[in-house]
Design a protein around this ligand. Structure first.
Ligand code: HDE
Length: 757
């Protein structure tokens, strides 16, 4: 049956009611107006299947049906239906007793639609609620084969993955660019089952024992009375806790550094944090720490940039990731491992490998690359994939095992448990994004949201009724075969080992590894955050912690707070800096950097076109910024599309700005419509203030700025001194771009900061 006539009839009725008169076809109706925009009437076909989200194999290797449904039912077929598949002809009107009469309870479509809507939200994650995800692939180099038998790490093996990045403290709708730790969780759908690497962008944690996790999170989350501040650590309860609980000082130092405000998810490192135990085919074990190294380098925003971004584009990181993937600029990370001998002490160079507040500097144990992660596909549905994905540190495959890190132990419980509330029951592993790609043949049965139609009568072992199925794997291919680690004779205690008492040496190591500019940022961050604390006793206590880290740091923060700087109560730790921790002084590829090209109708559009192409050819992203939207040179053969206007552009989006062909002072440029010809001063003051703001911000944020043909006068008007570091002028776009690309290799023009001078 064709639903259109009914739908058209209902439509007419609606119009008649809206106009207060009869509709077309009804006696006395006026001639119909042609519809402006019509809803397409051709039915859309079902969406194509997703290549790496295939069904779990319907048959297990033992030949028994696992009972998974043959396909996901959502959004199949061309017609709007009820949840029961009955076709509908109208979804705009409740069933009523007459057009102005009461609504009838018998309207199933109304009740079903509103009932379902009422339950659309699920609890957000108790931590890491705000996140963004992407699909990808992991290719193993084979360099870990000697230390692990994990099949997905064999040379050349390709494994589908799903990655979710997140902030920790904020709610689902909070801003991306807050100062916080970032989650970096990866689900590997390996042929031996799912392996989850649930890491962060900071290699250490606030606490050494999982039993403290509710404490640190209660302290970091908004105050319980007013529920403020959102997604911030700059408040009394956070600093109250970390100043009393000084094992948090190392992690806090990373948060106060530039690592707390990444430029993009694509420019973040990731860390497994805990030490894991790898087991090879011979049963030999090695302790390891996992690292993700971004191909684009490690970059951060400046504090002021992050603040502006939070206002003008709170989805900055989410957008950046999705845009890059959509544009084909697939972000990549190398997975690397630091390896340590699995000795009974489980220490390396005096560092306790079971203490998650400690790193092992790369200078002592280099990170060996073992594979490449490429994110190449955006989720098609945020809720189904990014929101419902459930990671768990206990999802392990043969060849990867845990250690006795007491923080890790508690996580092994928490990540299963939390899904019971969040995903409403124990069957969350059947949600499409969580389904293993390896065959599943478990004996777990029933429960809320059971999707499988299990067959067989004997979900127990041993059994004879199902022919003894399913069978056991051999010890060589099975997961969760414990490494027979010797445990020292011991007694039950609620205690930490003595080595866990060192809370300051690595915070000092981090501080000493920073460049002068990065140290300034850390001082400013502590001063701001503690400046937002009301209770003086908390500030004083945190200053006492800083005194154990570094005298200058402590003195500068104390000065900013207007408080006396305390003396350390003992000698400061004698540590060697780790240059690998600094983001300054390294060279990175300029790929994916965003170049704003400022132009208007008076610009030399040939030059703009050439520059745009050269930027693309260099693997970067050109965005043409003009006073208004539309096209430049609209009348010509090859108009230039405007991607950002002075109203929509803000400096934070760009890694560099180029003024493309500025006409003579006084000409009708960049909004200087009223300037008199020949009066440079007046031209400057008449320049669009939003352009001047963009340039002055870019300058203040140490970004490369360039231009040609009179750009200097515009820069001068924006307060950008000609000849300052990273301010490039030249005769042509190519020349300017070449120099800017060179500058971008270091991310920012660090010399522009007073601290670097
Ligand atoms: Fe988590 N953490 N965590 N965490 N964590 C969660 O699990 C927890 C810790 C991390 O994108 C929760 O499914 C405890 C360290 C990430 O879905 C919860 C402890 C590291 C994500 C939980 C820690 C992490 C989570 C909340 C201390 C870095 C987001 C929702 C023992 C190595 C995963 C959920 C995603 C999420 C518990 C400490 C990383 C409550 C108890 C250390 C990236 O189970």
């Amino acid at each position: 049956p064709n639903p259109k006539p009914l739908k058209a009839a209902a439509q007419k009725l609606t119009e008649a009611l809206q106009d207060g008169g009869p509709a077309e076809g009804v006696p006395g109706a006026p001639a119909p107006e042609p519809a402006q925009v019509e809803e397409p009437t051709e039915a859309r076909g079902p969406l194509p299947p997703k290549p790496d989200q295939g069904e779990p194999a319907p048959y297990s290797p033992t030949g028994r049906h696992t009972g998974n449904p043959p396909q996901s039912r959502a959004q199949d077929g061309p017609y709007l239906t009820t949840a029961q598949g009955a076709r509908l002809y109208d979804t705009d009107h409740s069933l009523k007793a007459g057009p102005r009469g009461p609504v009838l309870l018998q309207d199933h479509h109304l009740r079903e639609k509103i009932m379902h809507f009422d339950h659309e939200r699920i609890p957000e994650r108790v931590v890491h609620a705000r996140g963004a995800g992407a699909h990808g692939v992991f290719q193993a180099y084979g360099t870990a084969e000697g230390v692990t038998k994990a099949a997905f790490l064999r040379k050349g093996t390709e494994t589908p993955v799903f990655v979710r990045f997140s902030t920790v403290l904020g709610s689902r709708g909070s801003a991306d660019t807050v100062r916080d730790t970032r989650g970096f969780a990866t689900k590997f759908y390996t042929e031996e089952g799912v392996f989850d690497l649930v890491g962060n962008n900071i290699p250490v944690f606030f606490i050494q024992d999982a039993i403290k996790f509710p404490d640190v999170i209660h302290a970091g989350k908004p105050h319980p009375d007013r529920e403020i501040p959102q997604a911030q650590s700059a408040h009394d309860t956070f600093w109250d806790f970390v100043s009393l609980h000084t094992e948090a000082q190392h992690h806090t130092m990373w948060n106060m550094s530039d690592r707390g405000i990444p430029r993009s998810y694509r420019t973040m490192e990731g860390f497994g944090v805990h030490t894991f135990r790898l087991v090879n085919a011979e049963g030999a074990t090695t302790l390891v720490k996992f690292h993700w190294k971004p191909k684009l380098g490690v970059h951060s925003q400046l504090w002021e940039e992050a603040q502006i971004t939070g206002g003008v584009d709170p989805d900055f990181h989410r957008r950046d990731l999705a845009d890059a993937i959509e544009a084909g600029a697939h972000p990549q990370w190398e997975l690397g491992i630091q390896t340590f001998p699995d000795t009974p002490e489980q220490t390396f160079e005096g560092i306790d490998l079971l203490d998650p507040t400690k790193i092992v500097p790369e200078e002592l144990a280099p990170v060996r690359p073992i594979g490449l992660l490429t994110l190449n596909r955006n989720p098609s549905n945020f809720f189904a994939e990014t929101e419902q994905v459930a990671f768990h540190v206990g999802h392990l495959v043969p060849g990867i095992d845990v250690t006795d890190d007491p923080l890790l132990a508690g996580r092994l419980f928490s990540y299963l448990d939390t899904q019971i509330t969040r995903l409403a029951g124990p069957n969350f592993h059947q949600i499409p994004i969580n389904r293993p790609h390896a065959p599943v043949n478990d004996m777990l049965r029933d429960g809320f949201h059971q999707q499988a139609v299990h067959s067989g009568v004997a979900p127990y072992k041993p059994n004879s009724l199902d022919g003894g199925c399913p069978f056991f794997a051999g010890a060589d291919t099975a997961a969760f075969i414990e490494t027979p680690v010797e445990l020292p004779a011991s007694r039950k205690v609620r205690e930490a080992p003595a080595s866990f008492d060192d809370h300051f040496s690595q915070a000092r190591l981090f501080w000493l590894s920073m460049s002068p500019v990065e140290r300034e940022h850390i001082i400013t961050a502590y001063t701001f955050e503690l400046g937002k604390v009301y209770d003086n006793a908390i500030k004083e206590r945190q200053l006492r912690a800083l005194a154990h880290i570094d005298a200058e740091l402590c003195a500068r923060v104390a000065e900013g707070l207007g408080l006396p700087a305390p003396e350390p109560t003992g000698p400061l730790a004698d540590v060697r800096p780790s240059p690998a921790l600094s983001q300054v002084g390294q060279e990175w590829p300029a790929d994916g950097r965003v170049i704003g090209i400022v132009a208007d109708d008076t610009s030399d559009l040939d030059a703009v076109r050439t520059l745009r192409q050269t930027v693309v050819d260099a693997g970067m992203v050109p965005l043409v910024i003009a006073p208004a939207g539309g096209k430049l040179g609209a009348g010509g053969a090859d108009p230039v599309t405007v991607q950002r206007t002075f109203a929509t552009a803000r400096s934070i989006e760009f890694d560099a700005l180029i003024l493309a062909g500025v006409p003579a002072p006084g000409a009708d440029a960049y909004g200087a419509r009223d300037a008199k010809a020949g009066d440079a001063g007046q031209a400057a003051t008449a320049l669009d203030p939003r352009l001047l703001l963009m340039l002055s911000e870019a300058y203040r944020h140490a970004k490369a700025i360039g231009g040609w043909a009179g750009a200097d006068s515009v820069l001068e008007a924006a307060g950008v001194p000609a000849g300052a570091p990273g301010v490039v002028s030249g005769d042509s776009g190519e020349g300017v771009l070449a120099e800017i690309t060179r500058l971008l290799g270091r991310h920012r023009v660090w010399d522009r900061f007073p601290a670097a001078a």
